[in-house]
Design a protein around this ligand. Structure first.
Ligand SMILES: [Cu+2]
Length: 241
């Protein structure tokens, strides 16, 4: 084969490969949705938890309070469950193999708000030298209530539910101030704001969506967003109660 033709062929092959690579990037295009949640107004003062002596001893020199509104120096709001509520219809997402985790530390559920996917294992640990009674109380039809005693530092209890429920509550029957809340959805596009109020939902495919920020006490705020060819920044403000 003459040198010229060979070179031309190589160039053509290279172009085909490049076009194919570009097309596959286009098809799989996705981006991160990032943002910050702040609170408007001043939340009601938190209440001191009515801890018994056993639990109180785990907090020397402290008086732990409720954590209804965890607010940063610039009104950043933690424990907000941010998730897609519209735009994923007809798609299914297998539950991740990893577990979502709750722990009990000093007779307080940690974290207070956690996200999980339907079908995903939710592990509940007991890091305390105290007996707890882990009592999830779902209210969505098809999600079963459970109630299990958990000895000090015993193996994690495991739960999972099939129906979305925001929020699915955990309580403890031994310590009436203990609560945790699970944002349970049927897809992986959710996040919980940290103490800096920020969240990041990674790799959301291009499309039109409704994004909801849900604070357990402050309620829900939604925004319509479009993901197309780049990251999206969405900020929310939630009214104090
Ligand atoms: Cu307890």
């Amino acid at each position: 084969m003459p040198l010229f033709e060979n070179k031309k062929m190589k160039t053509t092959n290279w172009l085909i490969a490049l076009t194919a690579a570009f097309a596959s990037v286009q098809v799989a295009s996705a981006a991160d949705v990032v943002g910050k949640v702040t609170v408007a107004g001043t939340p009601s003062p938190e209440k001191v938890l009515p801890m018994d002596p056993t639990c109180g001893k785990l907090h020397p020199g402290e008086k732990p309070t409720t954590t209804f509104f965890v607010v940063g120096p610039n009104k950043e709001l933690a424990d907000v469950f941010v998730h897609i509520t519209k735009g994923l219809e007809g798609k299914t997402f297998p539950a991740p193999a990893s577990s979502a985790k709750l722990d009990q530390v000093g007779c307080i559920y940690v974290p207070y708000v956690v996200g999980a996917q339907t079908g995903q294992t939710i592990e509940v640990h007991n890091s305390d030298p105290a007996l707890h009674n882990v009592h999830p109380t779902p209210t969505v039809a098809g999600n079963k209530e459970a109630n299990k005693a958990q000895l000090p530092k015993s193996p994690a209890l495991k739960f999972s539910w099939d129906k979305p429920e925001v929020f699915l509550r955990f309580k403890c029957d031994v310590h009436p101030w203990m609560f945790a809340y699970v944002g349970l959805v049927d897809h992986p596009y959710y996040a919980v704001t940290g103490k800096d109020g920020t969240f990041k939902i990674a790799n959301l495919p291009d499309g039109n969506y409704t994004l909801e920020a849900y604070h357990r006490k402050g309620g829900q705020v939604t925004k319509d967003i479009t993901v197309k060819g780049g990251n999206v920044t969405v900020n929310f403000e939630i009214q104090a109660k």
